[in-house]
Design a protein around this ligand. Sequence first.
Ligand code: ATP
Ligand code: MG
Length: 555
Amino acid sequence: MSEEKSLNFLEEIIENDIKSGLHNGRVHTRFPPEPNGYLHIGHASSICLNFGLAKKYNGKCNLRFDDTNPSTEEAEYVNSIKSDIEWLGFQWHKELYTSDYFEQLHDYAVTLIKKGLAYVDDSTAEQMASMKGTLNTPGTDSPFRSRSIEENLTLFAEMRAGKYKDGEKTLRAKIDMAHPNLLLRDPLMYRIKHEHHHRSGDKWCIYPMYDFAHGQSDSIEEVTHSICTLEFIHHRPLYNWFIEKLEIFPSKQYEFARRNLTYTVMSKRKLLQLVNDKHVNGWNDPRMPTISGMRRRGYPAEAIRNFADTIGVAKRENIVDLGLLEFCVREHLNKVTNRVMAVLDPIKLVLTNYPDGQTEVFEAENNPEDPASGSREIPFEKELWIERDDFMEEAPKKYFRLAPGKMVRLKSAYIIQCDSFEKDADGNVTTVYCTYLPESRSGNDTSGLKVKGTIHWVSVAHAHTAEARLYDRLFSVSDPANEDGDFKDYINPDSLRTISTIYIEPELSKAKNGDKVQFMRNGYFCVDSDSTPDKLIFNRTVTLRDNWAKEQKKA
Ligand code: ATP
Ligand code: MG
């Protein structure tokens, strides 16, 4: 993009901080996923933002696994998150884990107890809730709030040593039970959970709450700009309170709006349900809004980065049109993919005046957008496969493909005219008979004829077969999470259509897992990882714009 983009609000903050010499102009961000699922396109926005800002301002970005909750986190997720970030094109400064700070966080808690700013509470969760108060009424102090520092130190040490059962005691910050911000009414810092942790094993049975872990981890890493999503805006005073009372590195929190996308859901909890209930075939199903699903479907990393860049950052939540993401995908694939011929729904075309047994080889440009892409050879014979759609028994005036008496050009080959056709017992067209014009050969056309339509084809004798998987939106409504009832009631039953046999030009049989091509007139496709040496499977990444549908609308 040539035009100069104005700064977004985070860039403005950072540039002001650099100007004022804050932290000697150092910029340090972090991306802090909880390893409880695969990353989705919303996370991609956050990744592009955090890593992008660090890159732009010569700073650093840490990858920090926010693994304070032992029950849901798994090593499988850690690995997938790392490979997704790398695939997106980013490299972290350091790979870190909040769980590595457990000892330090524990010591911070002890510091606050010693300062009289934290206490052990025996109240149950229900009792605490009932003492919390409301927005309009102050809360009430817990009967355990006035425990002595010594008693708190002893009890907290016993909590750590495993003397108490889950939920029997908690550690709370001693702030103000009448605070107008409910999050500052003596928030929890630690809870007891006798659970195995994916990294620290059974070393701990007390685990820090998000609010007591996140800001302190930022501070330990000397993160300068801690960017999170808008729902944490009310946590910011608490973030600052802990840092101030502990007198540690003053990281600062900034919030931006979560990114949502139409026709899908974005929370890991909901995506996990789709996986567990087998509505999709795993986290990397090409219909999933996960980074791994999009990668498998054939979305290029560049397109996802462009998408994140185009939508930018906002302060208010909104939902972005899936069409914009698809636009970015097409825009990139248009530049980088070879045009190839594949017939998805075949009927046979016979050139009655073409010599039996003759083969010609046509040279076809691989990608007209990229002169360096070269060309390849395509064999041509008397019998060809063409798309069923490219023939009509009775065609309307604006139909520029085959119909009795009509002419089209066969891509890279000859102009042909349709003479007759044949149907099977069910009335389906099986074969179209045409004559070809030898003087109309592509590149050396002396026919003087101008035809409006060009169709693709594959030689019957040379065709290879493959499977095609055509995807549609996963949901049939634009915002399934905000509809009445269960979001799963809105799953699109036709989100996957499999065509077991398509015909592809011979050159394409060499394609490998992950290769991306444009099937001329049919869309962009990518070789799926389910492919085997004897069976290629192509995912349709995205359709091309449908000119025929547009023409029909105009007509
Ligand atoms: P989810 O609700 O999907 O589980 P999360 O916020 O719990 O998301 P985390 O692993 O905690 O997921 O998120 C890591 C980072 O990604 C956080 O900084 C979070 O704010 C950001 N993030 C998550 N979802 C989105 C989104 N839809 N748009 C932008 N950023 C997001
Ligand atoms: Mg989270």
